[in-house]
Design a protein around this ligand. Structure first.
Ligand code: PEP
Length: 222
């Protein structure tokens, strides 16, 4: 049987209240999708929403690390996936590839599957990203920062551009590869049909229940 497509929703620092988050999650969950849909809300909402995903984690499992959240804690709340190495974490919080790799190793030790973003320098980034990890329990995302819908210097990535990047990633990695960057209900099918990916990472379009549900349906049909 073909493996289900993976749709990961990165809510970033949205929505502002728990009740809005509950409304969005329950609207999405009313649908029975033939896809693996992973909602990644902000940390404070994870327990209440029983979400499968988180947007980041620390690289220690417990201890004196003020402000950090450990992979073990996320696993205990029921998370299965954690997004790591997002370009916004590099840009605004000074994350390096080495830090992301430490987080990936810790996430795997806790039994989480890292959904690791690879952006602009595919070969160099992957070399660091994969050190000490089990590639059979990893998901990679091709997500260059210029393709994100809120990018200052936005540049479109076509499914053909995506395919070139995915082919380059395939030289070092056999597992699932997703595409992230301005995916919406209108363009999602093309990334599956021509971009060579097994899933998508969705930001802005995951914050509107109607749009996101349509996006997942179109992904399933692609
Ligand atoms: C993202 O930043 O992970 C993302 C996919 O954002 P958007 O869909 O808004 O481009």
């Amino acid at each position: 049987m073909e493996k289900k497509k993976l749709v990961v929703a990165n809510w970033k620092m949205n929505p502002k209240t728990l009740s809005e988050a509950q409304e969005l999650a329950s609207a999405v969950r009313q649908e029975a999708f033939e896809a693996e849909v992973v909602l990644c809300p902000p940390y404070p909402f994870i327990a209440s929403l029983k979400s499968l995903g988180a947007q980041d984690c620390g690289w220690e499992q417990s201890g004196a690390y003020t402000g950090e959240v450990s992979p073990a804690q996320l696993k205990d709340l029921g998370c299965e996936y954690v997004i790591l190495g997002h370009s916004e974490r590099k840009k605004y919080f000074g994350e390096t590839r080495e830090m992301v790799n430490k987080k990936a190793q810790a996430a795997m030790q806790a039994g989480l599957t890292p959904v690791m973003c690879i952006g602009e320098n595919i070969e160099q980034e992957m070399e660091i990203a994969l050190v000490g990890t089990d590639p059979t329990r990893l998901v990679l995302v091709y997500e260059p920062e210029w393709a994100i819908s809120t990018a200052e210097h936005f540049k479109e990535v076509t499914p053909e551009d995506c395919k070139i990047a995915v082919d380059a990633m395939r030289k070092q990695f056999e597992g699932p590869i997703l595409y992230g960057g301005s995916v919406d209900s209108r363009n999602v099918a093309r990334f599956f049909q021509r971009g060579g990916v097994q899933g998508v990472l969705v930001g802005s379009a995951s914050l509107d229940a109607h749009e996101f549900i349509q996006l997942v349906k179109n992904a399933v049909l692609a």
